[in-house]
Each structure stands twice: as C-alpha cells, then as structure tokens.
Design a protein around this ligand. Structure first.
Ligand code: SPV
Ligand code: MG
Length: 431
C-alpha cells in the first residue's frame, strides 16, 4: 500500500481539509501531520486551540491511518522520516511565501521519486468565513492578552514593532517575509509614547492623555490580533496607575512598561542633555506593588523600565534597581541605553541573568542598532522592541513628497515613488 502525507496548520477542520483527505485516500494510506505550536507561530498562525486538541481533532477525521507531529514549517525532516510516496496540499501554496515550502517539498520528494499532488484549493464563502472567524477569535481580549507570555515561551525571543494607528498596526500584523529559507514576522506591537505623541504633533512629555492613548490602542486593536505592549511612561501617580492597569487589562493589552522617572518626563534618548529625575527605588517599588495588587488576570504583565544607564548612574545602580523591582512584583525588566554600542546593555543582561534566570528582559536597540537579535537572545533578552523605525521612515518620505509638489507645482514628478491608486484602494480588506 502506498502512503500519502499532508500537514494541517489549522484550529478548525472544514470542507477544504476534507476535500484534501478524500482526494488523498485515492492514492493510499493517509498520514496527516499536525504542525506544532512553535512551527505555527513561525508561520504567522497563532494557535487558538491547544496542540493536544488539534491532534484529537485530526484523529477524528474518518479514513486517516496515522497522525504525526510536524515540528518545522518546512517538510524536509518529516519527508525524510516518513518517505511517503506522495505529498498532497492545496494548490494555494503555488503563490506567495508558501511557494518556498512547496519547492522544498518537491526537492525532497525528487530525491527518491516521490510525487507532489496539488489539490484544488476550496474557495467558497463558508470556508472564507471559517478562516476569518478563526483569525478574529485571536483579537478577543482574553486570547490576545495571554498571547505575549505564550509567545515568549514558544519563541524565546519576541520581536515587537512600533505602531500608532490602524494602518501601522496592519503593517505589524501582516508583514511576513521568506528569506534564505526562513519565515519571519513581528510577534507583538509596541504602542510607543514617542510615536503616539509625534503622530499627534505633540512632544513626548506625558502630554497626550490616557484617554487619547487608549483611543490609539483601540484603533490598533480593531484591525489586528497580535499582542500589545503599552509604553506607560512613568505610570503617573500611583493612584492613577492602578486605574490604567485595570483599563489595559480589560482591553486585552498584554503588558505595560513603566519607567522609573518622576516629575516632568522627557524622552530617554535626550539622556542627560535635559533635566530628568529618577524615582527612588522605594517609591517605584510601591507603584509596581500597587499595580500588581489591582491586577485581575494571570496573563497581564507589569514590566519595570530602568533609566540608570540613560541617566549615567552606572550598571550597579541599574542592577540594584532591577532586583528590587522584581522583588516588588515586576513581571519583567526593561533596560534602556542611548549608547551607540550595546556593551553596557549586554553587560547588564549577563549580570542580571547570573542571579535571575526567568524574568523576561526587554531592550530597545534604537541607538545600539548594530547588535543582532541572536546576540541579544544569547545574553538573555526575551523582547526586542523596534520602537520608532516606522515613524522615522514614513516622515522623511512624506516631507519629500510635499516638497516635490511645491517645487514642481504638480504631483507628476513624485508619482513614481508613490503607491498606486489601485494599491491604496485595495490595501484594506473588507469584512
Ligand atoms: C518610546 O518609544 O516612546 C520609548 C522608547 O519610550 S524611547 O523613545 O527610546 O525612550
Ligand atoms: Mg516612551
């Protein structure tokens, strides 16, 4: 009896999957792979159903002879292990980034004369609705909030991109690349105080009030599913911070990061060029404790951000604060620096990890941008935030367009550098 292999990366079995199974049965014994959680998130499909339940769901399909785990997006390992006579998949993978997986399957099968069957993909309204529902479930507050902790566990290193609107949210949600046989995408979004304020033409001094900042979160949440890390500035007065924690939790935000400064907050990247005052360890610990006390869910995180390196107080001060903040209940530590080299950040991370192996470490490599994600992860970092690059790329492009129109007294000259009208009209999917 010949064998035929297919792999499912889904939370729901619909008509499309059954069509593939029915076609597969005509070729031989059907073996179905269930993609592991780790592989699913690499593939930009966050599972809303546990791996065990997905296996059970597939086992219940009639006519399947075996269910196996596929723990990589690419099929080479599993094909080498199973050596199926055929691999079958919906023909939708002939297009887009999935093409690379198809090529990989073909190459592997060619080594021993196996064959690839492209099954006609089932496009219909019911299937489309199920796919849409599956995705939208991920935007529900309980699911989204929990997603950050789960991502840290699954990915080891989580990459967050700054967003400040529905549109930038969509970029963080959907940008997906295939490069050198690897898939990649952002795992989370950062609602930066700098970029949220800048988008409103305001300075980054806690001037944009919480109601307005929540409005930004809501705009982003309406069109995305990925977890959100909120830049809470200093957290404000402790008496106010407790309300912020409750609101963020209720909305489905996964984490708030508060920095240990007091008084008029200025952006950290000014460093000591402007007057900025660090809070006492005691006061800041009370703020953390108050936030943790009112928190209702397990999944929400309060992350303490240490400004000692920004304010040139040294690594020992930063470490003393880090251990005190964790002791006070902080769920993670963000360490910030505005040096061009990552040395002090890496030294801090190494020393922190000597004593603390588990609390998530967060960094924002804006100035020390030569350091790679892998290097940071090797030094114990769990969350890397790209905090302002979207805003900084869009702004010069827009200023240049405005200038070119003024210079040429028409828009023809800029047209080549613009997105086409068709693209902008179809950029946003309709429900
Ligand atoms: C932000 O993005 O607003 C931050 C990071 O707080 S930084 O601008 O580097 O201070
Ligand atoms: Mg900020």
């Amino acid at each position: 009896m010949k064998t035929i292999y297919t792999c499912f990366c889904t939370d729901v079995i619909h008509e499309g999957h059954l069509n593939i199974i029915n076609l597969a049965k005509q070729y031989g014994e059907v073996i179905v792979g269930v993609l592991s959680d780790e592989a699913m998130v690499r593939y930009n499909r966050f599972p809303a159903v546990s791996f065990e339940d997905r296996v059970k769901m597939v086992e219940q399909i009639e006519g399947i002879s075996k269910v196996v785990i596929q723990d990589k997006v690419f099929y080479d390992d599993i094909i080498r292990t199973l050596r199926p006579d055929y691999v079958i998949h919906g023909d939708n993978w002939k297009e887009g980034p999935m093409r690379a997986i198809r090529e990989n399957v073909k190459e592997e099968l060619a080594k021993y004369g196996g064959e690839l069957i492209d099954a006609p993909y089932t496009y219909n309204e019911t299937v489309r609705r199920i796919d849409l529902k599956m995705r939208e479930k991920l935007a529900m507050p309980e699911v989204r909030r929990h997603r950050l902790k789960k991502m840290i566990k699954l990915r080891g290193l989580v990459k967050a991109l700054e967003v400040h609107s529905g549109l930038t949210g969509l970029i963080a949600e959907k940008t997906f690349v295939e490069h050198n046989g690897e898939f990649d995408q952002f795992d989370a979004m950062w609602i930066s105080s700098l970029c949220d304020s800048t988008a409103k033409g305001k300075p980054d001094i806690e001037l944009v009030d919480m109601t307005s900042r929540f409005r930004t979160i809501d705009d982003v949440m309406e069109v995305t599913t990925k977890p959100i890390i909120f830049d809470g500035d200093t957290g404000g007065l402790t008496e106010h911070f407790v309300y912020t924690v409750r609101s963020l939790e209720r909305m489905g935000v996964s984490a708030v990061i508060i920095e240990d400064k007091k008084g008029l907050k200025k952006n950290s990247l000014f460093g000591t060029e402007v007057e900025q005052t660090q809070d006492s360890i005691e006061n800041f610990c009370s703020k953390i404790k108050a936030g943790k006390k009112v928190q209702l869910t397990e999944s929400f995180m309060i992350i303490a951000r240490i400004e000692s390196l920004i304010l040139e107080k040294g690594i020992d001060d930063a470490l003393e604060r880090a251990f005190a903040y964790v002791e006070a209940g902080a769920d993670g530590i963000m360490i910030h620096s505005r040096k061009k080299e990552p040395d002090e950040i890496l030294e801090f991370c190494d020393k922190f990890r000597e004593k603390n192996k588990t609390s998530p470490l967060v960094v924002v490599p804006t100035t020390f941008n030569s350091v790679t994600e892998k290097e940071l992860h090797d030094h114990g970092v769990n969350i890397v935030i790209y905090a302002n690059q979207l805003t900084r790329s869009a702004f010069p492009a827009m200023v240049n367009t405005a200038k070119q129109i003024l210079i040429n007294h028409r828009a023809k000259e800029v047209d080549d550098s613009l997105m086409s009208i068709k693209e902008i009209l179809t950029l946003i999917d309709e429900l």
